[in-house]
Each structure stands twice: as C-alpha cells, then as structure tokens.
Write a protein that binds this ligand. Structure first.
Ligand code: PRP
Ligand code: URA
Ligand code: MG
Length: 213
C-alpha cells in the first residue's frame, strides 16, 4: 500500500485550522511542524527494533533500539522547511539532505536548483518533506534524484495531496510510501490543490499570498 491518509483526530483538527485564510504566519508554521511530527510518527511504525542490554537501577535490563538503517530527512525547498523541525523532534540525529525545486507557474514543470545530499543513501531511509503534492512533478523529480544517488527506501510526508499527484507518483514510483494528512478534491486550472492550503511556501515564509476564489 503506497498511500497512507492519516485520519487521526489531531491531524484532522490541525489541518482544518491550517485551511483558514486568516491564519497568521506564526500559527501556520506551528501547525505545519506539529502535523509533520504526527505524520513522522506514523511513517516510522515499521522501523525495525533490536534488543540490547542496559545497566538499569536494579541490574541489567533488556531494552530495544531502532536497528539497522539510518535516516535522512529531505526537505524540498522552500516549503518543506516548514515541516523539518517537526520531524527532527522525533529523529534528532537524522542527516538532512536538501533539494531545491521550483515549479514554473506557467508550465507547472519542476526545476531543480539545489541539491546537497547525505552520504550512504543506500543505507538510509529517506523521508521527503513537502506540504503540497499537486501535479506530482516536484515529488517525482525529488524521488528520481534520490534514487539516482542510491536511495532505496523512500517515504514522503505531505500535508495535502491531490489525486492527480498521487497517481503520478505511484505510477512512476510504486515502491514509495506516501503519508498525507488529507487527500483533497483535485487541481484547479492554475495547478493549485482545491480546497488545499493556497501557496504553502508563501504561507510558511510569509511572502506574497495568492487568493483563488
Ligand atoms: O506537485 P507539483 O505540481 O510539483 O507542486 C507542488 C510543489 O509546488 C510547491 O512549491 P513551489 O514550486 O511553489 O516552491 P516553494 O516551495 O519555493 O514555494 C510545493 O511546495 C511543492 O514543492
Ligand atoms: O496548491 C498548491 C499547489 C502547489 N504548490 C502550493 O504551494 N500549493
Ligand atoms: Mg517547492
């Protein structure tokens, strides 16, 4: 199963607040990070544990730790930065691989302008962060790039996904697990998710706002 829509009440509540056009930049940022933490919790449910012995207060005790693969978190600039701290709260030692992608507003094609990846990607679980999965062009470009550099276990955390983007990603990369807080209706004529959140990058960074009535 490649798509996981997380219907937890806290996720739904927080995402509902984010849809408000009057929400402050501060609150939008806080909620994006909080939902990212909750999505990361879900996306780590199958992390493998291994037992080890710890010297406890009453002698040796068998405890567990996450085994094997290490994690790299991959925020897609800019908007993915809005989810980074929320994920690092749960996995503070993760390496951060940064990918800069901008969607051309007219053609909707994603253009890669920055790439700085962690090493040993073949031995890491890669967690891509981007609030919006719209046409899917940006996400497919990020996955292509990670796979080219050796990544095999790739998961994507998004706040809102359009059916068009889900199809494009699952057709191109059926092995990638997508975790989303919502699957919305679809794209409008400008390629924006409806009802969506508007321009997530602008809302996270407090830059220009567009209204689509
Ligand atoms: O699925 P797609 O159709 O590719 O669209 C989604 C992309 O568009 C937005 O970024 P944008 O290009 O606006 O850049 P920004 O994060 O710098 O605002 C969003 O954060 C995704 O990266
Ligand atoms: O709805 C959308 C689509 C792409 N990028 C956004 O920020 N919002
Ligand atoms: Mg982007």
């Amino acid at each position: 199963m490649a798509l996981h829509e997380i219907k937890h009440p806290l996720v739904r509540h927080k995402l509902g607040l984010m849809r408000g056009a009057a929400l402050s930049t501060k609150s939008f940022r806080e909620l994006a990070q909080e939902i990212a933490t909750l999505l990361m919790y879900e996306a780590s449910k199958d992390f493998v544990l291994e037992p080890y012995t710890e010297r406890g207060w009453a002698g040796d005790v068998t405890v567990e730790r996450v085994a094997g693969k290490k994690v790299t978190v991959v925020p897609i600039l800019r908007a993915g930065i809005g989810m980074l701290d929320g994920v690092l709260q749960l996995i503070p030692g993760a390496r951060v691989s940064t990918v800069g992608l901008a969607r051309n507003e007219d053609t909707l094609q994603a253009h890669t302008y920055f790439e700085r990846l962690a090493g040993e990607l073949d031995q890491r679980i890669a967690i891509i962060l981007d609030p919006m999965l719209a046409t899917g062009g940006s996400m497919v470009a990020a996955i292509d790039l990670l796979k080219k550099s050796g990544a095999r276990d790739i998961r994507a955390l998004v706040l809102v996904a359009a059916p068009e983007g889900i199809k494009r990603v699952t057709d191109a990369h059926p092995d990638v697990e997508i975790y989303t807080a919502a699957v919305d209706r679809g794209l409008n004529e400008d390629g924006y998710i409806m009802p969506g959140l508007g321009d997530a990058g602008d809302r996270v960074f407090g830059t220009k706002q567009k209204h689509h009535d």
